[in-house]
Each structure stands twice: as C-alpha cells, then as structure tokens.
Design a binder for this molecule. Sequence first.
Ligand code: NAD
Length: 535
Amino acid sequence: MQEIVIVVGAGTMGAGIACVAARAGYIVELIEPDAEARERGRARIERDAERGGDAASLLARIRWSDAIPERSEASIAIEAVPERLELKRRVFEALARAVAPRALLATNTSSLAVGEIAAGIAGGDRIVGLHFFNPPVAMKLIEIVETAETSDDALAAAHAFVGRLGKTAVVTADTPGFIVNRVARPFYLQAMRALERGVASVDELDALARGAGFRMGPFELMDLIGLDVNLATSESVYERLGAERLAPQAMQRALVAEGRLGRKSGRGFYDYANGAPERLDLVPTDVPAEKIEECITVIGFGAAADLLADELEARYTDVRRVENDELLDEIAPETTIAIDVGNGIVDRTEILAQLDTLLAPEAIVFTDAYVTDLGAASRRMKHPERLVGFGVLGSLESQRVIEVVDFERSSDDALAVAQELFEALGKGVVLVEDVPGLFLGRVVGSIVNEAVIAVQENVATPDDIDLAMRLGVNYPIGPLAWGREIGGARITTILRRVASDDGEAFAPHRALWVLDTEQESESGELDIVMEHPVL
Ligand code: NAD
C-alpha cells in the first residue's frame, strides 16, 4: 500500500511541499478550504510538475479536499497554514484525531515555538517541526525541529521522510529562528548598522559581500525577500531571544513604514522602477601580464603573509619578506611599499611607528585595519599620510573584493597605490570609512559569533549549523568552518573593536577561542566552553 501524507494549506509552502511529497511517491491529501487559494495552489503545482517532467503521475497522486477528514490512513501530516498560534493548534487537534496514534505530526512554522503549538495535543511526543525553505521544490534543506517531548521514533520517522523526499535534514532545538533564520540575522542587521555608519554605499557593500563569496549582498537579498518579511523575522527572533545584538534596525522599520518593501513594491534599498539595477562589478577583468617595478616588503608571519607574498611575486619585480618583528630593522631601505600583515590578531601601532622611522619618507605602509586602530597608529608616525588600512579577512584567495580604508590622514597617493596594488592582484577595491570591523569584519565576524553562541546554547551541532547555512542560505562555507579559516582569535579581536564602538552587546563570545584550539583546559571557565567544542 502506498504511504499517505496529509498537507494542510495549499499556499506558497503547502503547495510546494505537496509537490515534493507526490514526486517522492507519496499519496498526498492536500487540504485547502479557500477556493481561490485552491486554484492558485493547483496552478503552482501544475507548473512545478511540468518543469519536473512528471506531471501526469505526480498530479494523479494529489487528492484535494476542503477540510481535514474525520479519519485518515496517513502516516505523516504536515501543516502549512498561516502563522497564527491558535489556528495551528486547532489544525493539530483535528489532525491528532484524524490520524493513527503513531503517525508523525509536523508543523512548518518559521517563527512560533513548536512546543507551544504542540502543548496539550494528544501524543505530543510524535510532534516535530519540519521547516521547509521557500520554494520547497528547489530548496534542499529541511530543519527538523525537536521539542522537549519529541520521541526518538518521531525523530527517526522525520529523518526517513526527509531522506525519501531527497532532501537534506539538520536537527535543531525548538529555539527562536531555529538555525538558519537565527544565524543569518547578523548578515542583515550588521550590514544595516554599517550602512547607517556610512561605511560605504548600498551597492558597494553588496559588492563586498559578493566578493567574499555570498551569492547575493545583504541589501539586494533583503529587497528580494521583502523588507517587511525580513523585518518580521528579525522582530520575532529578537522578541523571543531578547539578545540586544540581534535588535531590529530603525532604518528598516522606516523603510517598511514608507512602503519601500523591496522588489515587490518597486523600491527598497534599490530602485526597481526601470527593472533590477545593474550590479556593481569591481573585479578587474584584465590584469596586465608584465611585472610591475616596485620593491615590496611583506611583514608578517603565517599563511596569510605567505599567500600575499606569493601573489605579489607573480605581479611585482622585487618582493621581500620580514618574517619576524625582531628583524624589522633589516628591512630593505629601497622598499617602496611595506605591507604589514602581522599575526592577524595583535594591534600593530608599535611596529608601524618603527617602520615609519626605518623607511624612506615616500614609501607607503599598508596595515591590517581589522586589528589596528589607524587613528592611534597614525598619531605615532611622522608621516601618517603614507599609512593605508586594508582588510583581508581570511584567505586572500577567497576574497575577490578588498576593503581599503578611506582614512582621513592617508594621502590620495597612498590610496591610489593601494587601489593599483590590489587590482594588480586581480581584486576589486571598495573605499570604506574607518569604522571598527569595517564591513566584512563586522558582518562575517558576527555571523561566526552567532553560530558559536548557537552551539553553546545547544541549538544544533557544529556540522548541522554549517550544513544548514550552506544549503538554507547559500553561504559559501559554513560559519564555523569560516571561523576556523579566519581564526577565532582574529574574530575575537575584530569583534572586541566593534564592541568598543557599538556596545558590549556586540562583544565576541569567549568560546570563539575554541575555534583555534584543540587543547583540553583545566580551568573552570574554559571547561564550560569545552562542553560543546566547536571543532
Ligand atoms: P500562505 O498564506 O501562502 O498559505 C497558507 C494557506 O493556508 C492559504 O492558502 C490558506 O487559505 C490556507 N489555510 C488557512 N486556514 C486554513 C485551515 N484552517 N486549513 C487549511 N488551510 C488553511 O502561507 P505560506 O507562506 O505558505 O506559509 C505557511 C506556513 O509556512 C507558515 O507557518 C509560515 O511561517 C511557514 N513558512 C513560510 C515560508 C515562506 O517563505 N513563505 C518559509 C518557511 C516556512
């Protein structure tokens, strides 16, 4: 006998879920009381089925109905009705009466607590969340939400169902935003904070995000999702979690109040009056083949300095290294550009002051602006106009656009040299204001931090968090893997600087250090952290 799945609600999500289940061979009882919604749902399913080339067999497996039946042989029931607690509870009560006691009951809620929907429903241990992503036909990920009551059998049934649909499951605790909607919040919120601080323009910030590997920048993505929908998710996660670092932004509320909702209203962060605006593409297309004459010295140790020196060697005639601060006074006097990478963690003010005395006055000095306070460093220099701050967050290889600080004391010449140098390496450049964390340090650092906090709060395993963010929102790499690549200590330094400016709510979680260390610790404090190693 073929297995039956009940899907309640044939809206955006229900119609998609029905299509996916029918395609996997289930008989689907699709329940939709609203005649118009039924027609829209039918049209949507037909369209999806035709695209998949299995329309006839798929449509034959879907049985429409306008109410939950008294009795059903279904082994799984999923509700996808509007996001209202009382409505969902009523639907669950009816489903619990209709299906066998062992059948799995699931809700597709995005923002309500599954445990609250399930409270008092007969057989609450067979209730889970099955959080599909929009559109269900295309999105690979399903978050299985486990409540305090969920039985192992129900969890196993949920896994088996997701597997049969050909989707990938992650398991999440019943906490606000589950994995994806929570860990993704800083992408939007920190981007808006950066915009508010005037770090750069909307299209430049989006270009920086794409250059770091995100498929879309935060602003074009919010415009696509709908600013109102995105704001509602932020508000719901914030209200339920109460964490100040995830507070919704006044800027977004104002845009929503004005009716600037994004693409669907013709205007959001961008204007769509003449169609989608062209994306800013800063990555140079042709890099000249001949080497450029310049004597460049890279100061620093570790993989970041090695990689930078290698890339520079391919493009410049004379590239040297100073791999140890102790050897700084051996720097070649003919150096025209000194690039200080340091260890990516410790402020370089002292070293920059020394370099200033060792180099010819016209030599330019680059430093890592994520960790060094350019204002303080420049005050120690006789030639502050030669100082340029830049940011390569993790690996130079994976960052196609570099932020260069439009620092008030940097000369135009120094900024032009920085632009030329990064373009010679095939990178785009965005000039950004001197705000702690710049843009990518603040945004990516805060995402990694949120993922680490989620691990500490038992939301999910590190592997599931990374998988969820790759499949649910197309991140180029999971946030914990990204954190390991950048380094927990480096992110800690960056977020410390952000917190010194934006407030303690934005401080790094102490468990970020765990990204860098496999050491077992004897100390009480670290032991708490090590209960949930993120490695
Ligand atoms: P929707 O408004 O498109 O669809 C809801 C459907 O449920 C409508 O067709 C409505 O007529 C029907 N309905 C209302 N009362 C009903 C009842 N008593 N019995 C049966 N059907 C009833 O909404 P949606 O976007 O599909 O969202 C549904 C659920 O999925 C919500 O919980 C939402 O939070 C969640 N969700 C939505 C998205 C998304 O991107 N839209 C993503 C993930 C999860």
